[in-house]
Design a binder for this molecule. Structure first.
Ligand code: 5GP
Length: 190
């Protein structure tokens, strides 16, 4: 997706060989027009598969997820993060290790919003080692629902996430794939 790659080239900041900062257009300040294109692209890639819901994780996944939901005409659920959680009956709960914060947190969604009849698309802003995606898949499977695939805005292909998810049989669609972050520059895979 060239418009996304151009934006990453012009406004992304390479913080290290592992971390790209995109807070000018994706996860702090948000570019709505870019998000509209992102939503459109996800909707095209996952069209015609009977997807009934999108699941993402707060906060950075919400913008791309909601635009994809708008295009596909389906609801968007975002998993909420808790430091600790008083168990409640209607919550599906999983644990996720945060790549950026290097801490573990608990994420939850209400079981009222997912059922065994749902076919779910997972969306997130970044794919690194796949922990966030795996925790979201865990919540979806706890509800007895089916995972249609994983849509990622920016994949760091030099990390483990994609291969781990593909090994488990999941379809991964990433709109920008990064081969390396080196010398302060982003090198794309394709
Ligand atoms: P994973 O769970 O796949 O290891 O990491 C994905 C999650 O960590 C995403 O939800 C994203 O918020 C965050 N993340 C991972 N890598 C980066 C990065 O390079 N930059 C930013 N801004 N967030 C990242």
């Amino acid at each position: 997706m060239n418009i996304l790659k151009d934006k990453i080239r012009s406004e992304g900041i390479v913080l290290s060989e592992q971390v790209l900062k995109v807070d000018a257009f994706l996860n702090h300040q948000i570019d709505p027009l870019l998000m509209q294109h992102v939503g459109h692209e996800f909707a095209q890639r996952f069209a015609g598969q009977g997807i009934t819901k999108i699941v993402t994780i707060e906060a950075s996944g919400i913008a791309p997820a909601i635009m994809a939901g708008l295009e596909l005409g389906i609801p968007v659920i975002f998993a909420r993060k808790f430091q600790s959680l008083t168990l409640k009956n209607d919550l599906l709960i999983s644990k996720v290790f945060s790549f950026t914060k290097q801490t573990e947190s608990t994420i939850a969604i209400s079981s009222r919003h997912l059922s065994a009849n749902d076919k779910v698309l997972v969306i997130d802003d970044f794919l690194a080692n796949g922990h966030a995606a795996k925790a979201l898949i865990d919540l979806i499977l706890q509800a007895g629902a089916q995972v249609a695939g994983i849509g990622i805005v920016i994949e760091k292909s030099f990390q483990e996430g994609r291969s781990m998810l593909e090994r488990e049989g999941y379809r991964v669609e990433s709109l920008a794939r990064i081969a390396a972050l080196e010398n302060g520059e982003v090198r794309f895979l394709e």
